[in-house]
Design a protein around this ligand. Structure first.
Ligand SMILES: *[C@@H]1O[C@H](CO)[C@@H](O)[C@H](O)[C@H]1NC(C)=O
Ligand SMILES: *[C@@H]1O[C@H](CO)[C@@H](O)[C@H](O)[C@H]1NC(C)=O
Length: 437
């Protein structure tokens, strides 16, 4: 099965020190003249690929790397040649670092190790890191700094120097097909994430968003410009959460407008997870309601399909989700603290059509992978929506969107270049495919 859960499992035992760092982040106000936004084209799909990546250019001269977009963790890392002890098959040669190492004493190093403490024997020590994801994948390496040229939507290029992980030892669980990428782009709200570093340097605003198409591909952005001016449903990030994840507080689960009776579900958004994971109780209620709904509808359990644990077949193979739209009802999360805030998942946001033409449930039992009482909303449920993580206003928003259409706000009226393409596609890989003659 091709799928990932790029999510750092929480440690629930430490809080005091943490509240402080949260409020520090909140205090930082919007700069008077906010910088323009940055847009990246996203490639990938939930099935069969299992992940979405962007091309990021790093170094001087810049070289391209494919990074898995992950709002469920902070640290960005690349497979790295120092030399590489264990590198997985990847689209590009491992990154070769220059001599600019992040020191063990650097606050960034402490933030990568948080909530554990780390020891620096001498001020000249390097900063070692290890990240472990919920799917048991991991990366081990050291923190380095290098140039990250990025192109604003107005065409201007900025060249910030950012810290990231140089990973010389990567592991994946034996049952997993490793994703074909060079590393992970960490977009979490911790200090070490690329987003936090960019906003700290004043290069971009502390806002990230993504739009992942149900048919594959989409876009990722830093900044506010691509956010639709209307139709976005906003809900506050949960600041009572002691973990540094994009949490939305608790919700009640509905299927086809009827409550499942499961409430108090703690919801976290994570673009690094391919599928959505519900805690055991919610998962059980969901499966039982879906199973009830399909009774007598010419659709049967497909025990022969190993794509996902729960698949169904029809009298003939399904070609698209469209074929089962009248069988499967929308699933909905209704947020308990914010009145009328609902996150609706239509069939394309929780089902896939397998290679055998069966329809499979893309919501899995989180208890089976150790997520316990966290409900992780993954890529499948973000299909055809723009999702905005606004760390400045501490809120998360969503709206239906056409993810194939890249934000086109500097429209100069010429349909041939779509406004965006004029300054784009020149010196960076970004958007080249869209802007090619
Ligand atoms: C483009 O946007 C950046 C960031 O806001 C700004 O620094 C730069 O001056 C702008 N360039 C042009 C040509 O407007
Ligand atoms: C979900 O996983 C837990 C832990 O493995 C298990 O006890 C439970 O029976 C599972 N629920 C369903 C409905 O499969």
């Amino acid at each position: 099965m091709h799928s990932r859960i790029d999510f750092i499992l929480p440690l629930f035992c430490l809080f005091a020190a943490f509240q402080g760092s949260y409020s520090a982040a909140r205090r930082k106000s919007t700069p008077p003249d906010p910088p323009s936004s940055v847009v990246f084209q996203v490639t990938g799909n939930v099935y069969p690929r299992g992940y979405y990546h962007v091309t990021v250019n790093i170094g001087n001269p810049p070289k391209p790397y494919w990074l898995d977009i992950d709002t469920g963790s902070d640290l960005t890392w690349l497979q790295c040649d120092v030399p590489c002890t264990k590198c997985l098959p990847a689209p590009h040669k491992p990154y070769k670092p220059n001599k600019d190492l992040v020191a063990c004493m650097d606050p960034l190093c402490a933030s990568v190790h948080w909530p554990e403490t780390h020891e620096c024997k001498s001020p000249k020590d390097q900063c070692d890191y290890e990240v472990q994801y919920a799917d048991h994948g991991s990366s081990l390496g050291l923190l380095v700094k290098d140039w990250f040229p990025i192109q604003y939507m107005n065409g201007t290029v900025a060249k910030p120097r950012l810290a990231f992980g140089c990973g010389y030892n990567q592991e994946v669980h034996s049952s997993m097909d490793p994703p074909y990428t060079d590393g992970v782009l960490g977009l979490g709200l911790g200090k070490s994430s690329i987003l936090s570093q960019l906003s700290e340097l004043g290069v971009t605003r502390n806002i990230v968003g993504h739009c992942l198409g149900a048919q594959g591909d989409g876009f990722l952005f830093f900044g506010y410009d691509p956010v639709p001016s209307s139709g976005v449903i906003w809900t506050p990030m949960s600041t009572t959460e002691i973990e540094k994840h994009y949490s939305l507080g608790t919700a009640e689960l509905y299927v086809g407008g009827k409550t499942t009776g499961t409430k108090g579900l703690r919801i976290v958004f994570d673009s690094g997870s391919t599928y959505t994971y519900f805690s055991a109780e919610a998962y059980k209620a969901l499966v039982s309601m879906l199973t009830n709904d399909i009774k007598g509808k010419q659709i049967y359990n497909a025990n022969d399909d190993k794509s996902l644990p729960l698949c169904w077949k029809g009298s003939k193979p399904f070609k698209s989700i469209q074929d089962v739209r009248n069988v499967f009802k929308p699933i909905m999360l209704s947020f308990e603290k914010s009145k009328n805030v609902r996150f609706q998942m239509d069939p394309e946001a929780y089902l896939i059509i397998s290679e055998h033409g069966n329809v499979c449930l893309g919501i899995l039992n989180g208890s089976e992978v150790g997520l316990e009482n966290i409900n992780l909303i993954g890529d499948i449920s973000f299909h055809d929506k723009i999702i905005i993580y606004d760390n400045e206003k501490q809120q998360i928003g969503w709206a239906p969107a056409n993810c194939k259409k890249l934000p086109n706000i500097y429209d100069d009226g010429d349909p041939d270049n779509g406004g965006l393409c004029k300054p784009y596609g020149s010196n960076l890989d970004i958007l080249q495919a869209y802007c090619a003659a």
